[in-house]
Design a protein around this ligand. Sequence first.
Ligand code: ZN
Length: 160
Amino acid sequence: MEIAKHRVVSIEYTLTDDEGTVLDTSRGREPLVYLHGVGQMIAGLEAALTGKTKGDALRVRVAPAEAYGERDDALVQTASRAQLKGVDDVEVGMQFQANGPKGRQIVTVVAVDGGRITLDANHPLAGVPLSFAVEVVEVRAANPEELKHGHVHGPHGHDH
Ligand code: ZN
């Protein structure tokens, strides 16, 4: 069965940047299971997977525009310590979730200068070309309930 819209796809993947640093991998965990063609997967990787079948292996380099977007300098802003209530020891490199214009987003502390804290709300992988090594583990049709919910149920998928 070929990967197409509304198929449930299981993949093993390893994600690296251009320096070869492993950013994420399914190895040693369960395969990643997702519903194809509904925007759950990074656009550039989803496009590369379309038409592939079980057992296929591929390598694809995805430009930022087809992954987590380009960096936006307007998303780097300063805040006072008082605005970061609940965060005790603010240090450079700390990440936490905050509510932003695009919903929940990861915010990274990039500088601390006395009481002023510089926060970067760009996705940590914004502006980073992503290289995926992928193996297709399984492809199956989604069942009607999965299509209605817009996500995968069952082993390694969503349980409820
Ligand atoms: Zn559901």
